[in-house]
Design a protein. Structure first.
Length: 593
């Protein structure tokens, strides 16, 4: 017991030595641990210590290595000169102090002996490593070296002296710089790799590289929202694009036509994760021969979950599980691009996959490789479309089929034929809500009786940003704040609606853990429509979307905004986020708290 207590108090001692808690807090926390027997981590969390700092302190105790906060630390210039900014940036280290030939270095991983040996080699010093937070190190590098990512990127590359960067072609050719050679420059290679690592580390879904006449803009899409990143010099646009094309196996010389490619990388600095990147290039007129590049990040870890982890509430989860257990029919996922439709369908396949079931998918492109499932990529350039693929895979004797997207009548017709022959078909459709899928199929000239007899259910979804649990502020809402969520924003109150007593909902604030966004991660907002006899009758009559919606709501369907409110009341997201993603609905929010 005494040894356990010493272990717990040593964690608190580390926090005190790092000046993260005051002397009084130290005394109070140690006393609370002795009195309650609670763990030091639990007590420190209650006292407001952020999770990332607590994890760092725990490592400090485990490794027997001190950790340090870099904010406000200003090493001497001769210390900083020991390590180049490019090396510091790539390896996430900061030199702090030099005593004789002993150099103290802040590191993310103090057990990386290979890196420590490399630092010793380039500095000719003995190294004393100390732990530091990765975000702290990134910020300290920019602050201490006085350089942004732009200058780190261009460090070591001889650019045109005194040149303007209005036109990329003039900049490269007129000054005798071979852009192909430039794309192979180690600094450009490291910079592109680091850009990908940074995007993966912060959880971005896309990297946008956009050429403009006077700048090269880099943006990451994080939790569905684009965020500007530090800009590299404009004259490197072609070098960066060429480097990405080489990595993706694309034609570097072809700039007049759009191209697609794929990159696979094992990234050790973010947990040795396997990352696939889908690359798209499109020529633009922003600069001469400029190309817009978008890299879609496909993280295989992001699909390692089932239906329960999607964010479906208990009633919607029950409905959805009923739908996917049907022996035949069509299950549709609807929503805009980037709303998570493919991820939801993959979760369905994982749920129903078993040794006695054969599942075949037709996708464009295949985003993730799923174990135990036959996946086929269509290729319209050679006439291998979704419809053609469906004709052929029926001879493969599948039990369940996934069609990436129903885009036209031919694909819809084949999907319906597949379901009528005793197969369960999953697919996606671009509509705003679940009832709209029925009218959309009829608009494609599919016979209403076929829609009514084959569609078994529709799920519509959006991805709302999760409010950061480390900094969110809980407050009591008033009717004025909620009226925009409930109805048309005219200030009316829904009869019977009232705010439950002691109701607290979150408000986004922003902290270091969420990088000032106020949000961290995403959660699904869903609308699940189970086809009933009444709704099938509406489809046969070719009723409008609004008529089908009214009937579905009367029969218990929860709309997107109503499901969003349930996520707000559970403290998972904010009112602003739900309003941003969903269209207006009328509902009694008091009934769904």
């Amino acid at each position: 017991m005494q040894q356990t207590l010493n272990t717990e108090t040593s964690l608190v001692e580390v926090m005190r030595q790092a000046s993260l808690i005051s002397e009084q807090d130290y005394t109070d926390i140690v006393a609370e641990i002795k009195q309650t027997g609670a763990s030091a981590a639990a007590v420190l969390t209650q006292h407001g210590v952020p999770a990332n700092i607590l994890a760092l302190a725990t490592k400090s105790v485990e490794y027997g290595t001190p950790f340090i906060q870099l904010e406000g630390i200003a090493p001497e210039p001769d210390v900083l000169e020991k390590v180049s900014p490019g090396f510091a940036y790539r390896n996430k280290i900061v030199p702090l102090a030099l005593t004789d030939d002993q150099l103290t270095v802040a590191m993310v991983d103090v057990l990386d002996v290979v890196l420590i040996d490399e630092i010793e080699l380039i500095t000719n010093c003995r190294i004393t490593p100390v732990l530091a937070d990765e975000i702290d190190i990134d910020e300290a590098i920019v602050r201490l070296y006085g350089r942004t990512a732009e200058s780190l990127l261009s460090a070591g590359i001889k650019g045109p002296v005194g040149a303007t960067t209005t036109l990329e072609r003039e900049t490269i050719d007129d000054f005798g710089i071979d852009e192909k050679d430039l794309s192979q420059d180690p600094t450009v290679i490291h910079a592109v790799d680091q850009m990908i690592i940074d995007a993966v580390r912060i959880g971005a879904s896309d990297i946008h590289i956009e050429p403009y006449p006077t700048q090269l803009k880099i943006r990451f899409r994080v939790d569905g929202v684009l965020e500007d990143q530090p800009q590299p010099p404009a004259y490197l646009q072609s070098a960066i694009t060429s480097r990405i094309k080489i990595m993706a196996g694309m034609d570097v010389a072809e700039r007049r036509r759009p191209q697609d490619g794929k990159i696979s990388r094992q990234i050790g600095s973010v947990g040795n994760r396997q990352i696939d990147l889908r690359v798209s290039t499109v020529p633009t007129v922003a600069t001469l021969h400029g190309e817009s590049v978008v890299l879609r990040i496909l993280d295989r870890q992001s699909i390692d979950f089932g239906l329960e982890e999607l964010g479906l509430t208990e009633d919607n989860l029950h409905l959805f599980q009923r739908m996917i257990r049907k022996p035949y029919g069509i299950i549709l996922a609807t929503g805009p691009t980037g709303s998570g439709k493919t991820t939801s369908l993959y979760a369905c396949l994982k749920e129903i996959n078993s040794p006695d079931v054969k599942i075949i998918t037709l996708e464009d492109p295949v985003e993730y490789e799923l174990e135990g499932i036959n996946q086929i990529q269509v290729n319209p350039d050679i006439g291998f479309t979704f419809a053609q693929g469906l004709r052929h895979i029926l001879r493969q004797d599948p039990d369940k089929v996934l069609v990436g997207e129903i885009r036209d009548y031919e694909t819809a017709e084949m999907a319906i034929h597949t379901s009528l022959t005793g197969h369960l078909v999953f697919s996606t459709l671009h509509t705003n809500d679940a009832p709209g899928a029925i009218t959309r199929l009829i608009d494609m000239n599919v016979e209403p009786y076929l829609v009514a007899s084959t569609v078994e259910g529709v799920i519509a979804q959006r991805l709302a940003r999760r409010v950061c649990q480390a900094c969110c502020e809980m407050y009591s809402p008033n009717m004025q704040e909620l009226v925009g969520l409930m109805g048309n924003g005219n200030g009316f109150a829904i009869p019977g609606s009232s705010i439950p007593e002691n109701l607290k909902i979150p408000r986004a604030v922003g902290c270091k853990e969420c990088r000032g966004r106020g949000y961290k991660g995403r959660i699904g907002i869903f609308e699940v429509l189970l086809m009933t006899d009444e709704i099938r009758a509406m489809a046969l009559k070719q009723a409008s979307t609004s008529e089908i919606r009214r009937l579905a709501v009367q029969m218990g369907m929860k709309g997107l905004r109503e499901d969003g409110w349930r996520k707000v009341a559970a403290g998972l997201t904010t009112v602003d986020e739900v309003i941003r993603l969903t269209q207006e609905e009328d509902f009694d929010f008091a009934e769904v708290v």
